[in-house]
Unconditional design. Structure first.
Ligand SMILES: Cc1cc2nc3c(=O)[nH]c(=O)nc-3n(C[C@H](O)[C@H](O)[C@H](O)COP(=O)(O)OP(=O)(O)OC[C@H]3O[C@@H](n4cnc5c(N)ncnc54)[C@H](O)[C@@H]3O)c2cc1C
Length: 308
């Protein structure tokens, strides 16, 4: 069953790269309908109203401008500007939240210095408004550079956090290296297709790795653990470990995924942050959400045939 599920994800991810599938999803009303469930809007205004709505229910947010690897300076600068605008909006609209950034969107794939400069600007401006910046973790070819860039920026500004992926064999070592820097560490399972040489492949192995990292992370009061999962068993483990914790911590979940559980956790007195993706470049993000769960594909097919 585990192998079937992992194969399922790979098949869905590769099928969604097909131009016909891309056109069907991005260019049709049903496709957009599915996107609306997981994406807060095409622009910052959409993200703002979603964020304020979530804040009203006691949830904090991380604003994430959708878009992946860019290959030219102009696009990278445009993404930085949009993130700066998001920080201004957090301040002006009184959003209880921060931003979450992808370094390849800021130019990491072709100019590490450019990405580093942008992180500096974003972290400095976020600090001025009393907010933070979380760095997403992307495909493994960028892990080294991402960890290195986080270390530099966190040492200078002190208001950053980094996502670590439980499926990577290297993560326990990265975690030990980063713990002394404080900040917040977002622990997730990992969303990219990676080879067995560098990442656990079965759900059981990934879950076990997540549990080990969770125990270590929750035992260190100097960092703020951000436990990013919708997995009931791991959430139960986190809340159990939190009973012995003195420092702050939070749960993190994705916009549109298990919303009832999000509210339930807040009502039980836990801090919950929702990752709020927005922007026109939502396709790659959506395909990862669809690949994670067959039921989401059913939702899409039903929308396509008008039975939503
Ligand atoms: C806040 C946040 C930030 C993240 N940042 C990153 C990042 O920077 N880098 C990265 O590689 N990955 C990131 N991820 C994605 C993560 O790696 C997983 O791919 C994703 O969270 C699914 O794993 P899961 O822990 O929820 O467990 P799963 O085993 O996938 O799911 C557990 C249960 O949650 C529910 N569920 C899970 N996904 C869905 C869905 N799409 N729709 C409906 N129900 C669902 C189902 O009930 C499922 O049984 C992030 C996730 C979160 C929550």
């Amino acid at each position: 069953m585990l192998i079937v599920m992992s194969l399922f994800s790979k098949v869905v991810l590769s099928a969604t790269q097909h131009p016909l599938v891309t056109r069907t999803v991005t260019g049709t009303a049903p496709g957009r309908l599915v996107a609306e469930r997981f994406v807060a809007g095409d622009d910052l205004d959409g993200a703002t109203s979603a964020a304020l709505g979530l804040n009203g229910h006691g949830l904090t947010v991380s604003l994430d401008l959708l878009g992946e690897e860019v290959h030219d300076r102009e696009s990278a600068m445009a993404a930085t500007d949009e993130y700066l605008a998001s920080i201004e909006r957090i301040a002006s609209a009184g959003i209880d939240g921060n931003i979450s950034i992808k370094l390849t969107q800021l130019g990491l794939a072709f100019d590490e210095g450019l990405a580093a400069e942008s992180v500096e600007r974003l972290a400095a401006r976020a600090a001025e408004i009393g907010s933070t910046v979380t760095i997403d973790m992307e495909a493994s070819e960028f892990t080294d550079a991402t960890v290195g860039l986080y270390e530099t920026a966190q040492k200078t500004h002190g208001n950053l956090g980094l996502c670590l992926q439980a499926y990577l064999h290297r993560t326990p070592e990265d975690l030990e290296r980063l713990l002394p820097l404080g900040g917040h560490i977002r622990l997730c399972k990992g969303a990219y297709v990676e080879p067995s040489a560098i990442a656990f492949q079965s759900d059981d192995d990934v879950d076990a790795a997540f549990a080990r990292l969770l125990e270590r992370l929750m035992g260190v009061d100097e960092v703020k653990p951000a436990i990013a999962t919708h997995d009931g068993r791991l959430i139960a483990l986190a809340t159990k470990l939190a009973e012995r914790r003195r420092g702050p911590w939070e749960m993190q979940m994705l916009y549109g995924v298990r919303p009832a559980l999000q509210t339930e956790l807040v009502e039980s007195g836990h801090s919950v942050r929702i990752y709020v993706p927005f922007g026109s470049e939502w396709y790659a993000y959506l395909t990862r959400r669809l690949a994670e769960r067959p039921a989401n594909l059913t939702f899409f097919v039903r929308a396509l045939v008008g039975r939503r």
